[in-house]
Ligand binder design. Structure first.
Ligand code: ADP
Ligand code: MG
Length: 729
């Protein structure tokens, strides 16, 4: 009898909502309370320091050392006023989480006491002993120095009484060891490239910013249930569990009433977000039971990404306060929806225009078309790379699993935009020579704003969708660092815009009129990137066949998907845009393969353990109860009568024997496959071996365990079942 399971289920189901301390003030009063934003800078820094810091931030210039000392002093005063005792450089190693090493402000005062100190050197640059972060062989462990350096474009903040300073993390030899460094380079590159193109339409444009609005999906599980599932605790997902009879069929969870326990948690989380300057705005139930979403107002990509990482720490912490565990894994439960992190992405000028937004004039609309079509061309050229940028061992369970975008990148435009692109592609230059004439109107180009407002035919099956004034990259996984996708996307867009600008320039040099040149190039791009455009059902098998025929990347094995980073066109793109060197790319892929292997390895170990130590003993115990019963019936009624009377038991006994035998032998096979794979030297080959030989065994083991779950006495089953895990009351 599994008393633990019933105890935790009882505990979870009887738990009441926790009270939330609601501030008496409105959000605008406490918003950014723990952020050293411009207002705090103004308050705590001498006027000249403030000015120098703002200049450096706005013009992306390094901070002079004497200014840094003065900034550090003011920042320390502010931090201490707000209860901070420690400071840390907060950086993003290639592990998908953030890293921090805390130091106290205290120093000896020379008189046996201490003073709290902080200076520019400590603020601007540190040398964390970073030998144990993944680096793909760039740094040998004996030469373990890495530098972290303040990213002044992202403000410092206080979390858990610690002053956190967002930093980049690079090796002694200058290679990036994190996500932030290449992200900043990609953003610079797209700024330059897009500004040059935007100037064709508005010479006053000085900068183009990249914007990101992420939507974070997650699951909540009661902490008592969580603690009774070793697989959830150790791998973030359930490695076994038969589908609940009721899950999401009734579609009654999406946008449904939020349970009161969850509502308290969400309110608490929102307040904490606002204090940390994360503009959390939207919260709702998602499609699957126990699945929810939080989305902020979009921000500049670098800041938005820092905020998403901060949110992932914060949500974990706040969930604990409410006796929940948050699951950020892409697929915590088989058979129901997984979690993604839609990346809403756009480019906008320093003049306030969003470049993927149709405008009011024909000129603005030509600009709109120019940028949208360039994005389509970039996504087409780098569709394999973009898929690699979101691929991971965990996201692999979600993509292509019939309720998430397939493992093929395509763009959804919606019928109105599709029609406009079609018309442009099939028109002659004369027809399009002046978009403000009747001809232009006939082509609908000047009428775009009106139609776009009615952008209702959202296609949930597309991994990359145009949604009115932005693109939504939906294939990103819920546990991922968005930077990976944002680096690839912004860099690819930058490369494309640079090439486009060059082509236009040569046409202009040959005496063509600008409008003519633009339309010629746009038309060519619409035609050449046509294969990426797909508005149909991305879940269908027909699409998989068609996508392959169109030449889109259809690889589904994650270790092989990573190869896209090392294709010549990717290396050229990253090099030309200055985002990553070939050495960095190679090193990062080593890390990706290694991470893949480790994740599968851990899962395989946990599954093997659970199968042998939790499931088989219980199944066998139940089987022997049945056997006992059968033999007692025989003793009492004799052989012939018993054969009939105990038929049901005997069928179950044999079925259990069948499943336990396969589980046992498959676990052995899996262990052998692991041993074999571990001997492989190359990280790539090892990851491929794990994918090809270990993962299939895991699937088989799970299948048979789930069958046993349906047979074994409910009272004896040791692990909380899906129906218990998935319905918060
Ligand atoms: P939906 O669920 O319909 O996709 P949400 O409101 O959940 O929409 O999320 C939309 C996200 O897109 C929000 O974070 C929003 O701030 C963001 N967003 C809106 N406009 C832009 C834009 N131009 N660029 C980037 N993000 C945007
Ligand atoms: Mg969305």
């Amino acid at each position: 009898m599994s008393s633990l399971r019933f105890k935790v289920v009882d505990e979870a189901f009887n738990r009441k909502a926790d009270p939330v301390e609601i501030p008496s003030e409105r959000p605008e009063k406490y918003y950014g309370k723990y952020v050293f934003n411009r207002q705090k800078m103004f308050e705590y820094l001498p006027a000249s320091t403030y000015q120098a810091l703002i200049n450096a931030i706005d013009n992306k210039e390094p901070l002079p050392r004497d200014v840094a000392d003065s900034v550090a002093e003011g920042m320390k005063r502010w931090a201490i006023d707000n209860g901070a005792r420690h400071y840390t450089h907060w950086f993003q190693p290639l592990t998908e989480t953030t890293a921090e090493k805390h130091d106290g402000f205290i120093e000896h005062d020379g008189k046996g006491g201490v003073v709290e100190k902080f200076n520019g050197k400590l603020l601007v640059q540190q040398e964390p002993d970073a030998s144990s972060f993944p680096n793909g062989g760039i740094r040998n462990t004996f030469e373990a120095r890495g530098y972290s350096a303040w990213d002044i474009s992202s403000p410092a903040f206080i979390m858990d009484n610690t002053l956190c300073i967002p930093t980049i993390f690079i090796s002694y030899t200058g290679e990036s060891l994190d996500y932030k460094t290449p992200l900043l380079r990609a953003l610079n590159s797209v700024d330059r490239a897009a500004t040059a193109v935007a100037q064709f339409f508005d010479p006053e444009v000085k900068h183009v910013k990249s914007y990101l609005g992420w939507e974070q999906e997650y699951f909540l599980v009661d902490e008592a249930l969580y603690s009774a599932r070793p697989d959830l605790m150790l791998t973030g997902r359930t490695l076994m569990g038969h589908e609940s009879a009721k899950n999401q069929q009734l579609e009654d969870h999406y946008f449904g009433a939020i349970p009161s326990r969850v509502e308290s948690f969400m309110l608490d989380l929102e307040i904490e977000c606002h204090k940390l300057g994360i503009p959390a705005k939207t919260r709702h139930n998602e499609v699957a039971p126990n699945q929810f979403e939080l989305a902020p107002i979009f921000e500049e990509t670098n800041l938005a990404n820092d905020h998403n990482l901060l949110l992932m720490s914060l949500i974990t912490e706040v969930a604990r306060r409410h006796h929940f565990r948050v699951l950020l894994h892409e697929k915590p439960f088989a058979g129901i929806n997984g979690s993604g992190k839609h990346n809403n992405w756009s480019l906008g000028t320093d003049r306030g225009d969003i470049l993927f937004s149709p405008g009011k004039t024909p000129k603005e609309n030509l600009r709109f078309i120019t940028f949208v079509v360039n994005v389509m061309a970039a996504v087409h050229r780098h569709n394999a790379l973009l898929k690699a940028s979101i691929a991971s061992a965990t996201n692999a369970h979600r993509l292509g699993a019939n309720e998430a975008p397939p493992a093929i990148i395509s763009i959804f435009t919606g019928s109105q935009l599709a029609e406009i692109l079609d018309k442009i592609a099939n028109s002659t230059n004369d027809e399009l020579s002046d978009l403000s004439t009747k001809e232009g109107l006939r082509l609908n180009v000047s009428q775009i704003p009106e139609i776009m407002l009615d952008n209702t035919d959202r296609n949930r099956t597309s991994p990359f969708a145009f949604t009115g004034n932005r693109f939504e990259f939906r294939a990103v996984g819920s546990s991922a660092n968005c930077a990976s996708a944002m680096i690839a996307l912004n860099a690819a867009a930058a490369e494309q815009l640079i090439m486009f600008k060059n082509k236009i320039d040569s046409r202009l040099a040959a005496g063509e009129a600008l409008r003519h040149a633009l339309l010629e190039e746009i038309r060519a791009m619409i035609k050449s990137s046509a294969p990426i455009h797909f508005d149909g059902n991305g879940y269908s098998d027909k699409w998989k066949a068609e996508a392959a025929a169109r030449g889109l990347d259809c690889e589904t094995s994650v270790p092989a998907i990573f190869d896209a980073y090392l294709r010549p066109e990717s290396i050229n793109m990253f090099t030309a845009t200055g985002v990553m060197t070939p050495v960095e790319l190679a090193a990062r892929n080593e890390v990706k393969w290694e991470m893949y292997t480790k994740k599968v390895q851990i899962e395989a170990r946990v599954l093997g353990d659970l199968a042998l130590n939790h499931i088989l003993p219980v199944a066998i115990r139940y089987q022997s109860i049945l056997l006992d019963n059968v033999s007692k019936i025989r003793d009492l009624y004799g052989h012939d009568k018993a054969a009939e009377m105990s038929e049901a038991e005997r069928t179950t006994i044999e079925a259990i024997a069948g499943h336990t035998r396969i589980i046992k032998s498959e676990v052995e096979k899996m262990v052998d496959a692991r041993r074999e794979a571990n001997r492989i030297e190359s990280e790539r080959e090892k990851a491929i071996a794990y994918h090809d030989t270990v993962v299939p065994s895991m699937d088989t083991i799970r299948y048979h365990i789930d069958k046993l779950e349906l047979m074994v006495d409910n009272e004896m089953w040791p692990l909380p079942k899906y129906r218990e895990l998935l319905f918060i009351r």
